[in-house]
Design a protein around this ligand. Structure first.
Ligand SMILES: Cc1cc2nc3c(=O)[nH]c(=O)nc-3n(C[C@H](O)[C@H](O)[C@H](O)COP(=O)(O)OP(=O)(O)OC[C@H]3O[C@@H](n4cnc5c(N)ncnc54)[C@H](O)[C@@H]3O)c2cc1C
Length: 317
């Protein structure tokens, strides 16, 4: 079932999670360890992130460094199919521009279509870790909107090879990313809204937000989206802070602010166990307020562990 149909048919705020594939070489058991206990809360859908290649340098016997390209967390599509098979729950594989030519994207979409996966989150992806900025594959997409357009074309039965006869259209529901605190590359919020609206106008069905810790940012974002003519569901993405270190790491990595009141509470903590409880309580309060104000779904970034998401879900649903 499509995410958009889950949202349309919902009687209240839905619950969903995002998981990430295990590190290469680890078994799928680590996914079941996260999802088995989460299933009690009946997630409407499960997102699985996509991780592009990184470059690592290995020292050779002659002392020289050799550059390797590796993907540390492969398996997005396989995990989605395995989840559907095991739990009969809808999955949303993330599909990115980076590292894909248009044809490779088309082939990846065909795999998803054949597997009966009707949902994708279409995103650009970040730069390769060792590179200063995002650069697309020579025959790939620069921006998420280009990916959205390709998927919309496939939904209409238009493949890259226009001469294909008797083609079967795909029927993907398309999610895109939105940033209540602005995408870090956007010169200002107005510009970011312009391109977000373009993704919706191109055919995206809903938005999932970057994490935020101040609900006012989400409410303002939703209001400004409406004013800009963006009328699709906007799903808030939530992550609890669980260690003191995250208070400085998350703003750096995700370009988000930690509110004073939360930072004060974290600074009072002597141990990470205490920080975790502060983070869970904060996220429960955020979730309750979002739910009360009609958020269509609460989407939790599990970051590979179930316990905190479960503690929050118990307090909210
Ligand atoms: C919910 C969510 C899930 C994510 N999952 C993953 C994942 O699984 N794997 C992963 O690698 N990354 C993931 N990311 C991170 C994401 O890839 C990065 O934030 C990336 O930097 C931007 O992706 P985007 O799809 O928002 O890009 P875009 O929508 O392409 O926007 C990127 C920037 O370009 C600007 N822009 C857009 N279109 C144009 C245009 N035509 N001309 C000029 N400027 C333009 C935008 O304002 C923005 O500043 C996720 C992010 C979110 C919020």
């Amino acid at each position: 079932m499509k995410v958009i149909d889950h949202l349309k048919g919902a009687k209240g705020t839905l619950f969903s999670v995002e998981i990430l594939p295990p590190l290469k070489g680890k078994s799928i058991q680590s996914i079941w360890e996260v999802l088995d206990p989460i299933m009690e809360f009946k997630p409407s859908f499960i997102d699985v992130t996509y991780h592009r290649e990184e470059y690592v340098y290995k020292k050779r016997e002659n002392g020289l460094l050799e550059k390797f390209s590796i993907r540390k967390r492969p398996g997005t599509v396989g995990i989605c199919a395995a989840i559907i098979n095991k739990y009969k729950v809808d999955t949303v594989p993330h599909i990115i521009c980076g590292g894909f030519s248009k044809e490779e994207t088309e082939n990846a979409l065909i795999d998803l279509h054949f597997l009966g996966i009707d949902n994708v989150l279409a995103i650009r992806g970040d730069a390769i870790k060792s590179e200063p900025g995002f650069s697309p594959d020579p025959d790939g997409h620069h921006y998420a909107i280009d990916l959205v357009k390709q998927i919309v074309c496939m939904n209409k039965g238009q493949y890259l090879d226009e001469e294909l006869a008797e083609v079967a259209p795909s029927h993907f529901c398309i999610g895109v990313a939105g940033y209540p605190e602005k995408h870090f590359e956007a010169p200002n919020m107005k510009s970011d809204f312009k391109y977000l609206k373009a993704k919706i106008d191109a055919g995206a069905d809903y938005i999932v937000t970057q994490m935020f810790f101040d609900n006012k940012k989400y409410f303002d974002f939703v209001k400004q989206c409406k004013e800009a003519g963006i009328n699709v569901p906007i799903i808030p993405g939530l992550k609890p802070i669980t260690t003191k270190k995250q208070a400085s790491v998350l703003p750096k990595v995700f370009h988000i602010d930690i509110p004073d009141a939360l930072l004060d509470e974290i600074e009072k903590c002597g141990t990470d166990k205490e920080v975790r409880q502060v983070g869970i309580d904060w996220c429960i309060n955020q979730s309750k307020e979002l739910k009360k104000n009609g958020a269509p779904c609460l989407h939790y970034y599990t970051m590979g562990t179930a316990a905190t998401t479960i503690a929050i879900a118990k307090g909210v649903f």
